[in-house]
Design a protein around this ligand. Structure first.
Ligand code: XMP
Length: 516
């Protein structure tokens, strides 16, 4: 399968470059910008290379540089923004700081016909985000487009290197996709071969070949990623070989465990272990109110229960399957650039089991090349329902981090009921899919209310609903007041312990999405 390599210098839109290319049917991989060429597993399937943008200026001391050996790889190269500036510097041109950073739309005009601009009007609106610009092109480069104030694109005919100052991967860039298509399909000659159904066939064959006749164990959380891996394993191997374990901590959402079991059975699971560990988890949490302590107890208990239960299975030298995504590798700094920020460490939990299996070469991670929305597309192909695939994210410690103060069975039940009303109302009102994550939080205080003539003290529930792209920042969902009022009344009417409902109107930052 033909492939384009994107070398990442830390731009926020690097991932979009690879996404756009995959979207039009050519496989694309992101590698750290400073990776030496000889370490990059070069194959003839690589048809072109793209150097991404960066928050750095080429003149900064620790500015990331490319290995010049990439220029000798014999395939066309496209530098975007910083990538273009870095190439310019390498070829002896001049890059200078702009007086004022250019950010946003910018008209550009090309000077001559060039395959990069094939079937694109001579004058179009591009999208720029740069503090430096190219004053003098590198040796051997010819300027092929200008913006109002600077060089917008240049081209080195002998070496087949293109450079552009604008960002074709950003949706505001008119003809951005066309520019990328021109580079990938026309200039590099890559053939479209990447589609989710072809990937499914490939991944099934890979799993079967790698695993052979050994058993595979998958710990299912009920979330999208592990469920899709479960479906994939069941499509790739005889069902007897696939062992699926799900631990009910007592802090799951309403009916969640039964629903997970039902789905896995429909997918053909036969070795399904539903571990009911509510008493152990809640027992360990008794009297504990400190948030970090709660998290630690839940995490440690997960590991202990898993180890004990896996020990009981007696399945020999098994493979451990994991739902690691492409972006998890990036976030943990493994896939891409040392410069990429390491953001959510709690998403890359390392347990002794995972470490041991990794060391023994017995880990399979069939989603590690995929972005989240590609995982959903794959999930659809293996027959998983949209209600699972488009479910809001749910934290590992479950309701444990949504109950302020002590976690007890009674308090879990109150929160579970209130949350179920909230979520089912969002679905009924057609709001669920517009919201990135919504849930209820149970506060630690009780609040006074009236019941008939008497005063009554009830629990306080906070509603949280946010919109976000990736959970790193979030905005509050702007509900219609009517929806909030009706949902509040439904919760207080159907969950008798709840006496008051409030709405959390804090964005992230400064607040986090979860309350603990
Ligand atoms: P915060 O609260 O950090 O949440 O703004 C960002 C996203 O991460 C989820 N989250 C967790 N997920 N284990 C997880 O697996 C955790 O301990 C955890 N804490 C927060 C949160 O639900 C949101 O989607």
């Amino acid at each position: 399968m033909d492939k384009i390599i994107v070398l990442d210098y830390g731009s926020q839109t690097t991932q979009l470059i690879a996404r756009r290319i995959r979207d039009f049917g050519v496989y694309s991989d992101v590698l750290p910008g400073d990776i030496p060429f000889r370490e990059a597993d070069w194959t003839d399937e690589v048809k072109g290379i793209i150097f991404s943008g960066s928050p750095y200026s080429v003149y900064e001391e620790d500015a990331p540089m490319f290995d010049p050996a990439w220029l000798e790889a014999g395939v066309p190269i496209l530098g975007i923004c910083y990538g273009f500036q870095n190439l310019t510097r390498h070829f002896g041109g001049r890059v200078e700081a702009l007086e004022k950073k250019e950010y946003g739309r910018s008209r550009i005009t090309y000077r001559e016909e060039n395959p990069l601009f094939a079937a694109i009007p001579e004058n179009f609106t591009s999208w720029m985000s740069h503090g430096d610009s190219i004053k003098i092109p590198g040796e051997g480069f010819r300027v092929i487009a200008d913006s109002e104030h600077h060089i917008a694109a240049a081209f080195h005919p002998e070496k087949r290197i293109w450079g552009i100052q604008f960002h074709p991967e950003v949706t505001h860039c008119e003809y951005g996709i066309a520019v990328l298509e021109n580079f990938v399909l026309k200039i590099c000659g890559a053939v479209r071969g990447w589609s989710m159904s072809s990937y499914l066939e490939q991944v099934k064959a890979d799993i079967a070949a790698r695993v052979g006749k050994r058993p595979v164990l998958l710990l299912i959380s009920g979330g999208v990623d592990s469920t899709v891996v479960g479906g994939l394993l069941l499509k790739s191997l005889p069902a007897e070989q696939v062992h699926l374990m799900y631990i009910d901590t007592g802090m799951m959402r309403k009916n969640e465990s039964d629903e997970v079991a039902r789905i896995l059975k429909t997918l053909g699971a036969v070795n399904l272990y539903l571990i009911r560990a509510e008493e152990r988890f809640l027992g360990a949490l008794q009297g504990v109110t400190e948030p970090e302590k709660k998290r630690k107890i839940i995490g440690d208990m997960f590991v202990r229960v898993q180890e004990e239960e896996i020990g009981k299975l007696d399945i020999g030298d098994y493979f451990l399957a994991q739902g690691t995504l492409y972006t998890d590798l990036i976030e943990s700094g493994k896939g891409v650039g040392k410069k990429a920020q390491v953001i959510k460490s709690h998403h890359n939990v390392r347990t002794p089991l995972i470490e041991a299996k990794r060391a023994a070469g017995l880990i399979i991670e069939p989603l590690d090349k995929l972005y989240k929305d590609e995982v959903r597309a794959l999930g659809k192909l293996v027959g998983i329902a949209d209600t699972i695939l488009f479910r809001h994210p749910f934290p590992g410690p479950g309701l444990g981090v949504r109950i302020m103060g002590e976690v007890t069975k009674e308090r879990c039940d109150i929160l579970r009921e209130a949350d179920a009303v909230f979520i089912s109302e969002l679905r009924k009102r057609g709001l669920y899919d517009r919201i990135w994550q919504a849930f209820c939080v149970l506060l630690n205080d009780r609040s006074v209310g009236v019941a008939g003539d008497a005063r009554k003290y009830g629990s306080v529930v906070a509603l949280r609903a946010i919109i976000s792209k990736d959970g790193m920042t979030a905005d509050v969902y702007p509900f219609e007041m009517k929806d909030l009022l009706e949902i509040s009344a439904l919760i207080t009417n159907s969950v008798k312990e709840v006496g008051r409902v409030v709405y959390d109107i804090t964005s992230k930052p400064p607040a986090t999405i979860e309350w603990e």
